[in-house]
Design a protein around this ligand. Structure first.
Ligand SMILES: Nc1ncnc2c1ncn2[C@@H]1O[C@H](COP(=O)(O)OP(=O)(O)OP(=O)(O)O)[C@@H](O)[C@H]1O
Ligand SMILES: [Mg+2]
Length: 743
């Protein structure tokens, strides 16, 4: 079947053909035959790289151009949302029947907003979590959605994210019963079950356009699934690195999956030294520029500096602790073939198209705090493996697991390479997870009676697989909790959300966190300090795992706790009565101490050393603190707790930037983070007005501030830079760069 044969608008065909696609792949043909273009619901389950997105593109444009419809494209990851956004941009030149051009939008950020501007977009790419939060705000434009694409729908199986996805799909089906659903999935064992749930047909195939050779590497030999074997050169003691080097030698690029952020960073550092030696001069020059770009994007931190150093040497790491700007730069420069080896956490495991000739899976185990190590699922392995051998980039791909012993090698071959992906199961029936979905069902008007709530949950994948009666008792318990805490109220048959309940649902926090915050704000302690609030948010379940004190730190943290006892908004548990709660409490104190150090401008390096925290944990803590302080501010507004409002607002900003109060005005400038802000401030430019009148040469001469940053700062404050001055500065900088590269 050819693109020209399809019943889609000519303008769309032209663009697809121009992008180099003329013939459909077999799975695509089957999807068309199954009625994808006739508005039929469809689950398309086919291997990685088999072109599932294109079917979504056809359907989306058909809806927009022929049915006056609107499409939402759901992805599980931000990296994937960005990639799909780029993919869809090619259609932005097409005009609709009203003469306006097709508009593509992306929305992955702020969870407390209804993003009304999305109303104008025809295709909206978003993450499952963002879609959930938009539904809680009852964004008006959501009623107009006519097509929903659920990419990587097999993630229904994931403990944290799966329930969000199934609730989102159930809600969208409820709002618009005529909606077309297109679910894209890896090959899994129970596709028909998902299809039944979605009232869809399904297509399954085993076809892949590019040969993917899967195997296991032990010492210096890869054993492939098809019986082939290949030796690799033993250049270093590290097998993973040797394989990556052999890939580069053959002209390819390698993507290595590590189990933790820390491992990803360590490995990138190890591999960089070796990669550097085999780089061409021209590539090195391009990489130097990339490194500059990384340093210029956002604040200069230890992470951005180490990333820039690595990039210069042809390697990089990618994980959720990186800022969005940095992640995109890394993804792009790997795509352009500049970075040769990329190490990543599963942030890149799903759906993305990257030029990885070899995917290396360094560790088949994952660590979960409080649970220990467990082996990853076959499904996740297949997804990671599937990043290799993508049509645009390579003729064949290799996915290799690393074994340390012969036994392990056998185990990996059996349990992953030759194994079939498992069935997927709904993970909805967990009280902690259901709690906020039950509240939002009521708060966002998806149900008004107890029966209505059961009806709604009766539409989930969980109810399809088990039976809604299996979670009725959990839901009943949650309803009682929400009623007791005044988030919902009852009038005769009707259940409705109170103002409090509504706001909690929109704020996207666990109702338990909201209760902790509300009760704490009511207490009005004698000394309400920053520490009071930082500890209070550390006490909520939304903070995630607290930073627990090490044995040697215990005394210090307990002494600190005693000294600050009157500041806490939560009762200190008795050490002898409940040891577990007490230790958790000390962890909350340490978390608060860490956040305090952060807003007192202790450097990241110092914090990591002083509190022995992982950089990833530090970033996660900061991210969550920011969000919880926003929630605190909003709840204080709701309860008219006026005296804490300025404090929560200021604290939120300080946590976001990691600065003392005095720096707040100047770190509002783009490109000025805590480090540059401190330098500018200490040089005597304490206000925006000071910066406005400062000669640009003086700013350029400050450490960490080159001409580019100085110009960006000046432009924002509305200061004037003379053309001659700027040209002179640029020339000087060019000389400096030239001298550096020649050296
Ligand atoms: N008919 C076609 N001819 C040539 N190339 C195609 C065709 N269809 C899709 N492609 C290309 O194949 C690549 C992989 O497609 P896509 O990302 O949609 O795969 P996928 O099935 O979604 O894989 P994954 O399960 O990994 O997400 C893309 O670069 C796409 O442009
Ligand atoms: Mg895909």
């Amino acid at each position: 079947m050819k693109v020209t044969d399809l019943s889609i608008p000519e303008s769309v065909k032209e663009i697809i053909i121009r992008s180099g696609i003329v013939d459909l792949y077999p799975p695509q043909e089957e999807a068309i035959k199954a009625g994808a273009l006739e508005g039929r619901n469809l689950v398309l389950a086919s291997p990685t790289a088999s072109g599932k997105t294109l079917i979504a593109e056809f359907c989306a444009l058909k809806h927009i151009l022929e049915k006056n419809g609107k499409t939402v494209y759901l992805t599980p990851l931000r990296a994937l949302a960005n990639e799909k956004f780029e993919d869809f941009k090619k259609y932005a030149s097409i005009r609709k029947s009203d003469g306006k051009r097709v508009r593509i939008g992306i929305s992955t950020g702020d969870f407390d907003s209804s993003d009304p501007w999305l109303e104008r977009d025809d295709i909206i790419i978003t993450t499952n979590e963002k879609a959930d939060s938009l539904l809680r705000h009852r964004a008006k434009w959501m009623d107009e959605i006519s097509l929903i694409v659920a990419d990587e729908v097999h993630l229904l199986n994931e403990a944290e994210r799966g329930p969000t996805l199934e609730v989102v799909l159930a809600r969208l089906m409820q709002i618009n019963p005529d909606i077309q659903i297109l679910a894209l999935s890896a090959t899994i064992n129970n596709v028909e079950e998902i299809a039944e749930w979605l009232k869809a047909d399904y297509v399954t195939t085993e076809w892949r356009p590019i040969l993917l050779k899967e195997g296991v590497l032990l010492h210096d030999e890869i054993q492939f699934r098809d019986g082939d074997a290949r030796k690799i050169e033993k250049k270093t003691k590290n097998t993973t690195i040797n394989l990556a080097l052999s890939t580069i030698k053959s002209g390819g690029q390698a993507l290595i999956f590590a189990s933790t952020r820390k491992n990803a960073v360590t490995l990138a550092n190890r591999v960089a030294g070796e990669v550097e030696e085999v780089l061409f001069k021209s590539v090195k020059r391009a990489l130097d520029q990339e490194a500059e770009r990384i340093l210029a994007a956002g604040e200069r931190t230890r992470i951005s500096e180490s990333l820039a150093e690595l990039v210069k040497r042809g390697a990089a790491f990618h994980h959720a602790g990186l800022g969005g700007g940095h992640r995109k730069l890394i993804e792009d420069s790997f795509r352009q073939g500049k970075i040769k080896v990329l190490t990543a956490t599963p942030t890149l495991a799903f759906g993305v198209n990257l030029p990885a000739r070899t995917v290396i899976i360094q560790d088949y185990r994952r660590y979960e705090p409080g649970y220990g190590y467990y082996p990853i699922s076959v499904l996740e392995y297949k997804q990671m493996a599937g990043r290799a051998g993508r049509p645009k980039y390579d003729k064949v791909g290799e996915a290799v697991l690393i074994a340390k012993t012969a036994d392990e090698s056998d185990y990996l071959m059996e349990s992953y390479v030759l194994a079939h992906p498992e069935r997927i199961w709904s993970r909805l029936a967990v009280e902690r997870i259901l709690r906020s979905h039950v509240l939002s069902t009521i708060a966002a008007d998806f149900a008004h009676t107890e029966q209505g709530i059961y009806d709604f949950f009766g539409r989930t994948f969980y109810a399809h697989q088990y039976d809604v009666s299996a979670i009725k008792s959990i839901i009943a318990k949650i309803l009682k909790y929400l009623y007791d805490e005044e988030m919902i109220d009852v009038a005769a048959e009707n259940i409705f959300a109170t103002k409090f309940g509504k706001r909690v649902s929109e704020l996207y926090v666990d109702p338990v966190s909201a209760v902790i915050i509300r009760d704490a704000l009511r207490r009005k302690p004698a000394y309400l300090t920053d520490l009071s609030l930082l500890h209070m948010i550390a006490h909520t379940p939304d903070m995630g795992p607290v930073l627990r004190p090490y044995a040697r730190e215990l005394d210090e943290v307990s002494v600190f706790m005693e000294e600050h006892r009157i500041e806490f908004l939560v009762d200190v548990p008795d050490e002898w009565e409940d040891r577990i709660t007490y230790e958790q409490f000390l962890g909350e104190i340490k978390t608060a101490m860490t956040l305090k150090a952060w807003i007192e401008e202790m450097t990241e390096d110092e914090i990591i050393e002083r509190f022995r925290a992982q950089p990833g944990d530090l970033y996660r803590t900061i991210e969550n603190a920011k969000w919880l302080l926003h929630a605190t501010h909003e709840l204080a507004t709701l309860f008219e707790n006026k005296q804490v409002l300025p404090q929560t607002l200021e604290l939120r900003e300080r946590v976001e930037k990691g600065v003392k109060k005095e720096l707040l005005p100047i770190v509002k400038l783009e490109g000025v983070g805590r480090a540059r802000g401190r330098i500018i401030y200490n040089a005597g430019y304490k206000t925006i007005e000071d910066i406005k009148t400062a000669p640009i040469e003086d700013l350029v001469n400050l450490p960490l501030i080159g001409p580019r940053v100085a110009k960006k700062i000046k432009e924002q404050v509305g200061g004037f830079v003379k053309k001659e001055t700027w040209e002179k500065l640029e020339k000087e900088e060019a000389w400096k760069q030239k001298a550096l590269t020649e050296y």
